[in-house]
Design a protein around this ligand. Sequence first.
Ligand SMILES: Cc1cc2nc3c(=O)[nH]c(=O)nc-3n(C[C@H](O)[C@H](O)[C@H](O)COP(=O)(O)O)c2cc1C
Length: 392
Amino acid sequence: MGVHEPGALLFSPYRLREVTFPNRIVIAPMQMYKAAPDGKATDWHFQHLAKYAIGGAGTVMTEALIVDPIGRNTYGDLGIWSDEHVPPLARIADFLHGQGAVAAAQLHHAGPKSSRQRPWEGLGPLGEAEAAKGEPPWQPVSSTGDSSVAGWHTPRSMSEGEIQALLVAYREGARRADEAGFDVLDIHAAHGYLIHAFLSPVANRRDDAYGGDLAGRMRLALEIAEHVRESWPEEKPLFFRLSCVDWRPDLDSRTDGWRIEDSCVLARELAARGVDLIDCSSGGIRAENSMMDYKKMRRKLKRGHQVPYAETIRRETGIPTMAVGVILDGPQAEAILQAGQADLIAIGREALTDPHWGLHAAQALGIDPDWEKWPPSYGWWLQLRDAIGVEA
Ligand SMILES: Cc1cc2nc3c(=O)[nH]c(=O)nc-3n(C[C@H](O)[C@H](O)[C@H](O)COP(=O)(O)O)c2cc1C
């Protein structure tokens, strides 16, 4: 199909290193807080991810997999800090492959946002009530040991020794993701979590080699990319999720905090260390400390509000990008690709409401009128239903 035909790009294959993505749709990483107490994946994760591969997404990404238990957001986070986490993840990757999908995993450390309640329990700090339920709080670690947000646990500033151990944890996490059979790895460096808390001058007040100027603040991110590449196979692509700007209402995004210009500098340095694609998100640094704060937010998000970041990084650096955030339907996704704003499209909440988002996108773009992209176990019957029709 030619590039300018409707629907051509969203359903055209894409290649990075030795991996061919069957189409441009990626299911965004979405934490479920449903892991077993030891961090192992459960049947919940299996069904959650399996249905998206059946539903037409070319690539399905796991939620954040925690590389060190001190970096859990909360209880129920999925782990990849132990070899015992590999078999249930391998079962998921295996099923995705069986549906012809690319299996992607995300590596994560929540840093200053660790030791929190689950979102629907308030997102506040873990406290006595949770301790009484067997889920005690712990002290988080971060770039800097000041209170990230009023009311949250005050993190401890990581020592250089702890940073060295963290680098090994990321390298080991990547090795395990490879052993589980994943084809693509995404490093979560966005949303105010540990790596972002080193990148952003809003959070990082260190005066050693991991703080200060841009080079110092980028150092941890670059060393993590290097360590991950040591154990993540050469033929497999590596993504890096950034908050491309800090996006706080009290900051001028052109001059304060982490800026899009900084993201472009970082993207080039990451690419030099074997990162293949920048996954373009934004915000999250010290922005909110509870669900109440989220609910009070006056801002309404625009469709595709983060797409301009993916576009800028792609244009300024020539590095492939993935767009994410309020991308609602096939025509919108197709328009982003046709305009050259991104190479891949990540879908989060729309997939929660419609696990067949990819298949419906093809129909909305008019390229699957006869249910031929659907698994025949469904599609054959739906075709027949159309042929027979239903009496009005
Ligand atoms: C339930 C849920 C869990 C999420 N967990 C993660 C996560 O594990 N890692 C991550 O990088 N982003 C996470 N996000 C953010 C999404 O990946 C995505 O960037 C965000 O939802 C915006 O895309 P959307 O408008 O398509 O939902 C989560 C979002 C949701 C809704």
